[in-house]
Write a protein that binds this ligand. Structure first.
Ligand SMILES: C[S@@+](CC[C@H](N)C(=O)[O-])C[C@H]1O[C@@H](n2cnc3c(N)ncnc32)[C@H](O)[C@@H]1O
Length: 245
């Protein structure tokens, strides 16, 4: 363990057991832990009794602490000689502000270690038996954001499998972008909510009906939206989880 150091750790997608051995080791040793709502809270029970634990996350769009304040806190705690863990959901560098925190800390001369986590982009489909690629058949994969500011267009690149994060609120625009880019309305797609937790569920369909299905089943964040024929494997690999929805 190093004092004056920040460990930027990916907690994994939801199931706390999906954290890396290396990440857990640093949680056990940390003097201070700053964590997000999406980072499995069960992991906090591994912290030292004396550890200072601070929730800085964001839920339903509401920030507990502004990003600037989080950066500053990380800096202050590390500069005060503490071993600091910054625990983030999924992977700390996948659609996360981990990079902003890392750049800020490096600029201030703070020692930093990035401990990758399992991103929900991969864990959500895989936990329902959906592979991300298959040799000779599905050979390209893209991970995208479904959240853009008003003027920015949603990306819909030509890859066999597309995985959108933060797409629930913008599903209409995502589907429009996919169809406008030439994808058939019969393309398979699925929402996977709260993956790797006791509340996980899948809602699958085609681009033609997924908006209605998402409304009907009240799909809510956090959810990953997967697009591509790889979804067909879910029924073969995890039929019991797939259900008819
Ligand atoms: C700000 S991004 C953070 C992504 C995170 N860094 C990662 O690698 O998973 C938040 C989005 O991740 C996705 N997400 C996170 N946890 C999830 C889960 N357990 N099930 C489904 N989607 C999840 C959702 O799309 C959510 O809106």
């Amino acid at each position: 363990m190093c004092r004056n150091k920040v460990y930027l750790i990916g907690a994994g997608p939801g199931d706390w057991e999906l954290i890396s051995v290396k990440g857990l080791k640093q949680i056990r040793r940390a003097d201070v832990i700053l964590y997000d709502f999406l980072a499995a809270e069960e992991l906090l029970r591994f912290a030292k009794k004396s550890a200072e634990i601070i929730c800085v996350g964001k839920q339903d769009g509401m920030h507990l602490l502004a990003q600037r304040r989080i950066n500053q806190l990380l800096y202050e705690k590390a500069a005060a000689g503490k071993s600091v863990v910054r625990l983030k959901g999924g992977d700390p560098f996948v659609f996360s502000r981990g990079i902003e925190e890392a750049l800020f800390l490096r600029k201030k001369g703070i020692d930093l270690e990035i401990i990758p986590g399992i991103t929900s982009a991969f864990a959500a489909p895989e936990s329902f038996g959906i592979p991300l690629s298959r040799r000779g058949k599905f050979t390209s994969l893209a991970v995208l954001t479904g959240r853009k500011s008003n003027k920015e267009k949603i990306d819909a690149p030509k890859a066999d499998t597309l995985i959108y994060l933060m797409a629930v609120a913008n599903i209409k625009q995502v589907v429009e972008a996919l169809v406008a880019s030439g994808r058939s309305i019969h393309t398979r797609c699925a929402f996977i909510e709260k993956a790797t937790t006791g509340k996980e569920r899948i809602t699958s369909g085609r681009l033609s009906n997924i908006i209605k299905k998402a409304e009907h089943y009240q799909v809510r964040p956090p959810a990953v939206f997967v697009v591509g024929e790889v979804i067909k494997y879910a029924r073969l690999i995890h039929a019991e989880k797939f259900k008819n929805r």
